[in-house]
Design a protein around this ligand. Structure first.
Ligand code: BES
Ligand code: ZN
Length: 649
């Protein structure tokens, strides 16, 4: 009976709502129900400012919270929020201190449990303040609670959140759509021996009360709200940049990321002033599922970036670039994720070029282009061949499905091709104007192409096949072609090695030198060494090797180049995948198990697990390793690997 009543009520609310669907929208942003990944009725009512009161309880692995929404109400009689894995205690209406408890209805999950549930609050047409009292649960997938043993210090626990794409609703009840921007503030209480930091203005030291206040005064999309709590120390690189990490990791962070101030200047020179005041990095524990996450003012970074040789800093350039592409100008829906990531990869390569030169930037771009080619082949024979379009059709699917090299690399090569055609002297001011025009707004592909046509193509009397790039599958023929002599040489080295023309063993040669009246024999040792090349060159070398390379050759590589024991995670990933293909795993099982047991970055886990799972001889090892490690992967990685195990059965 109760259920029927709720259903009836829901129906009435939906019916009432639709009466207002023609009401005019006074906001500058288009809030019509464009985002199929949110239940929120943004066209009727949307949050302008969110204030959070959070109590972080490590013992119960729970955040107890109040989410106070200050809203712009265009005459709605219901406010709809997204929730997923949250327990809602009560909802009140009105400003703090004069609140009244309100009714609320929670509808059921969508069929695939991707979106979570709509939380519906009947309101008055002039209601502005809605407060949601809640607590997180075990199903709050954004949260990664880490026991002390999973941190570097092994003495203090750690918590961090990962919101993108639609996980913010698993730790905060809100309108979880990138099409709405909000400012936020927070009062956070944590154990007094830990420091709390957010994607906002941050403290640099712990205080005894364990209470911290945060402000993000620029409007951001909900997926960029982030929190981390741990035993953190801060090191400043400059007056507006620095790094947070556990004490033990701080010196290597300081060494690895010292180019940050230079990167900020390079980025500003290209596309205008950095708008967020502070730019800090937070180095997280190894379970962090991404290389980096562009939380505003505080990029979250994976400790695998600490390669010891600054070889992976392009990830930092990438996250910094998001301060323009993504954070300042944001994709309106996840269907245009390429507007975030493709622009960012392009921008990342420009930053890298201005600091390290064109040769290195081209090498980085080619490494990615190689991956794009494989991705295109995979997508073509998948159930969604149209995933190779830049503009995606993700409704009814998990927006994470759009996180492929299409958005990233095809997106970047679209811009590189365009740049090559019109010339940098035209392209750079165009992009700068794009960021200026759309700053603190959201964009979709249609708006971008309109702007492109008006501001770049028509002005310069040019035409460009942007529709083919955005709305057609595959890669258009006019895609820019890059070359790298250094990578070509590495491919040749791989071929020569396979054909026995080259070995990595030292070769001894003698020459004679006249010393006074006597001749002296001089010994020369010639050997190709790991240090002779950068990691991206070795990646090319490994990728070029046949997937059935002999054990003798695999052993030779390991003996002289020590790949199985490399400290570089990019290289380890390539090598472990090849190892699985070549049945070399009995030789480096311990190293693979150690890596999978420690690192939670999805980009590495997926190819390694996939290769192990697809080989009959290593499948059991893969499943066992996963069962041992899954407890300390973030839900993002855990769920992805679990799906992989099912789909490779
Ligand atoms: N914003 C992404 C991470 C992301 C995307 C998280 C979609 C959740 C959903 C971040 O900027 C990113 O792209 N990270 C990359 C690094 C980059 C150099 C390609 C990563 O983690 O590998
Ligand atoms: Zn990115």
């Amino acid at each position: 009976m109760r259920l029927i009543l709720i259903t009836l009520l829901l129906w009435t609310m939906v019916a009432c709502d639709s009466l207002h669907s023609n009401s005019s929208n006074h906001q500058s942003e288009d809030h019509s129900q464009v985002d199929k990944h949110s239940y929120a009725n943004l066209d009727k009512i949307h949050t302008k400012h969110l204030h959070l009161e959070l109590d972080v309880d490590f013992k119960n692995r729970t955040i107890y919270g109040v989410a106070r929404h200050e809203m712009i109400n265009n005459g709605a009689d219901t406010a709809i929020f997204d929730i997923n894995g949250l327990m809602i205690q009560k909802v009140t209406i009105g400003q703090k201190g004069s609140e009244e408890e309100a009714d609320m209805f929670i509808d059921k999950m969508d069929k695939d449990s991707i979106l979570g549930q709509p939380l519906m609050v009947p309101i008055k047409k002039d209601t502005k303040f809605v407060n949601i009292y809640y607590q997180t649960t075990e199903r709050s997938d954004a949260l990664d609670w880490l026991d002390t043993n999973l941190t570097t210090s092994k003495t203090k626990p750690f918590l961090y959140t990962q919101g993108q794409a639609i996980l913010t609703r698993t730790w905060i009840p809100l309108q979880d759509s990138p099409s709405n921007r909000i400012t936020y503030s927070a009062d956070v209480k944590v154990p007094s021996d830990l420091l709390a930091v957010m994607s906002a203005s941050n403290p640099t030291e712990k205080n005894e009360s364990g209470k911290y206040h945060f402000e993000m005064n620029k409007p951001i999309p909900a997926y960029l709200i982030a929190l981390a709590v741990g035993d953190l120390k801060y090191h400043a690189f400059s007056s507006n940049s620095g790094v947070y990490a556990e004490t033990e990791l701080l010196p290597s962070c300081v060494y690895e990321f010292d180019a940050i101030p230079k990167m900020i200047s390079a980025a500003e020179k290209l596309y205008g002033p950095y708008q967020w005041g502070q730019y800090d990095i937070l180095v997280l524990p190894y379970s962090f599922p991404f290389g980096g996450m562009e939380n505003p003012m505080l990029t979250f970074a994976n400790p695998t970036l600490l390669a010891g040789d600054k070889s992976l800093v392009s990830v930092i350039a990438h996250e910094l670039a998001h301060s323009w592409s993504g954070n300042l100008v944001t994709n309106r829906t996840w269907n245009d994720f390429w507007l975030n990531e493709g622009f960012t990869v392009y921008f990342e390569q420009r930053i890298m070029e201005s600091i390290y030169g064109k040769e290195v930037a081209d090498i980085l771009a080619l490494i990615e282009f190689d991956e794009l080619k494989d991705e295109l082949t995979r997508i073509q024979s998948s159930e969604h061949p149209d995933d190779s379009k830049l503009h995606l059709a993700l409704s009814g699917r998990n927006p994470d499905d759009g996180m492929t090299d299409i958005a990233y690399v095809k997106g970047a090569f679209f811009l590189k091709t365009l740049e090559q055609q019109v010339g940098r002297d035209k392209f750079d001011p165009f992009l700068k104007k794009y960021f200026e025009t759309f700053q603190f707004k959201t964009v979709d592909a249609t708006q971008f192409t309109a702007f492109l046509t008006k501001e770049l193509l028509e002005k310069n009397h040019q035409s460009f096949n942007y529709d083919a790039w955005i709305y057609e599958e595959g890669l258009p023929d006019n895609c820019i072609q890059l070359h790298s002599v250094r990578l070509d040489r590495m491919a040749q080295l791989a071929d020569d090695f396979v054909h026995g023309k080259v070995t990595f063993a030292p070769k001894v040669r003698y020459t004679w030198k006249k010393v006074g009246k006597r001749k002296r024999k001089i010994k020369h040792i010639e050997q190709i060494k790991y240090q002779d090349h950068i990691v991206q060159e070795w990646q090319t070398f490994i990728r070029r090797l046949p997937r059935n390379l002999s054990l003798t050759k695999m052993k030779e590589i390991d003996r002289y180049l020590h790949f199985s024991n490399s400290g570089n995670s990019e290289l380890l990933m390539e090598w472990f995948v090849l190892s699985a293909h070549c049945n070399y795993v009995p030789q480096n099982k311990a190293q693979i198990a150690q890596f999978l047991g420690k690192v939670g970055r999805r980009k590495y886990l997926m190819p390694i697990y996939e290769a192990l799972l697809l080989n009959r001889k290593t499948r059991d090892f893969a499943v066992q390793t996963f069962n041992g490690a899954k407890g300390h992967y973030h839900a993002v990685s855990r769920n992805s690997v679990a799906d992989l195990i099912k789909s490779t059965k």
